[in-house]
Ligand binder design. Structure first.
Ligand SMILES: [Zn+2]
Length: 89
């Protein structure tokens, strides 16, 4: 069954601190292609926040992620991820 309107594999903000940490860990893991800016002239790696993805270089935002990107990826490669580095500015 495929229902694109209510995809259970996608998560939307607001995200918990744990989800944000998991998503940013995924971005840094290098195991899979990271989420990137949707602006063709930018393409920077997105940064997860409580309100969704934010591009560090432009105003692009994205408000969904694959649930797999929070912690599912850790199990596949059994990666040890250090303490979460939340943006503290
Ligand atoms: Zn951008």
């Amino acid at each position: 069954m495929t229902d694109h309107n209510s995809d259970p594999d996608k998560i939307v903000p607001p995200w918990s601190a744990e989800q944000v940490a998991g998503l940013n860990g995924y971005q840094r893991s290098g195991v899979f292609h990271p989420y990137t800016c949707g602006d063709a002239s930018c393409r920077a790696d997105l940064v997860a926040t409580r309100d969704g993805w934010r591009c560090p270089h432009c105003s692009y935002r994205q408000t969904w992620a694959h649930a797999f990107s929070v912690d599912g990826w850790k199990e596949i490669e059994n990666i040890q991820v250090g303490p979460a580095q939340e943006e503290s500015r």
